[in-house]
Design a protein around this ligand. Structure first.
Ligand code: KIV
Length: 279
């Protein structure tokens, strides 16, 4: 059994220049596989809403949905470092709600930490959460919960003013006590600058190679989510056609009667004639 990593380990990894790997997980079987494959952090992302639950955005995701799936991830990977993603509406109203809802991730789903989106506007909340004993991962750049305010799913920090703002937000989150932060859809040069300016790990997604770690949605990496694939995603394998062909073969075999065969059936020495006579 591998030792469960903690936030000091991740900060030490940054100092040592060792990259941190993060992948999303939404259920127990995937969580077990990811932990066995030595992924450093399992993120129960609110991408759950789009990847698993079929919504068009992350906005409809509720606390109950997140707790349900985070608990499953924890059951599948009891020794993994698990981060629960705070859904839209669970922290924007301020520190009190944020602490209550983050507390649910820790108490009901045994998460190690929570993640929330936002820059300077959430720093006071992050500070209060950390003071309450909650480990918080920030998330700046493209923040999907408020993507419409940002003009859609677009790269952020492409001009001097917005790049300056992102740097200020990153420093603000680190100063508020966030133990790490996701940088989503940010130019590589800016992500490199931010990573050098904060003393906590940056976790990039669409933010180039210079972040302290990387995160991807696991279904994208495995080629299982066919609705759309962002250009920054590397599809390491293409499972969707393999899955569809296996399902088509099952359909064919059931319909033609070749499944189940003897190898996939049970048998017993039963006197069927005696049973028939009893009827
Ligand atoms: O919800 C999510 O999966 C995320 C990551 C992609 C960073 O926020």
């Amino acid at each position: 059994m591998k030792k469960r990593k903690n936030i000091q380990d991740f900060i030490a990894m940054k100092k040592a220049g060792e990259k941190i790997t993060v992948l999303t997980a939404y259920d127990a079987s995937m969580a077990r596989m990811l932990h066995a494959s030595d992924v450093d952090i399992l993120l129960v992302g609110d991408s759950l809403g789009m990847v698993v639950l079929g919504y068009d955005s992350t906005v409809p995701v509720t606390m109950d949905m997140m707790i349900h799936h985070s608990s499953a991830v924890r059951r599948g990977a009891p020794e993994a470092f698990v981060v629960g993603d705070m859904p839209f509406g669970s922290y924007q109203s301020g520190p009190r709600d944020a602490i209550i809802n983050a507390g649910r991730f820790l108490k009901e789903a045994a998460c190690d930490a929570v993640k929330l989106e936002g820059g300077l506007e959430v720093c006071e909340t992050v500070r209060a959460m950390v003071a309450a004993g909650i480990s918080v991962m920030g998330h700046i750049g493209l923040t999907p919960q408020t993507a419409m305010q940002l003009g859609g799913y677009k790269v952020q920090g492409r001009d001097t003013a917005s790049a300056r703002r992102l740097l200020r937000e990153a420093k603000g989150l680190a100063e508020a006590g966030a133990f790490s932060m996701v940088l989503e859809c940010v130019p590589s040069q800016l992500a490199e600058m931010i990573s050098g300016a904060v003393n906590v790990p940056t976790i990039g997604i669409g933010a180039g190679p210079h972040c302290d770690g990387q995160v991807l949605v696991v279904n994208d990496l495995l080629g299982m989510f066919e609705k759309f694939i962002p250009s920054f995603v590397k599809t390491y394998t293409n499972l969707a056609p393999i899955m569809k062909e296996s399902i088509a073969q099952y359909n064919r075999e059931v319909r033609e009667g070749s499944f189940p065969d003897a190898a996939h059936s049970f048998s017993a020495q039963i006197d069927l004639q005696a049973i028939m006579k009893d009827q």
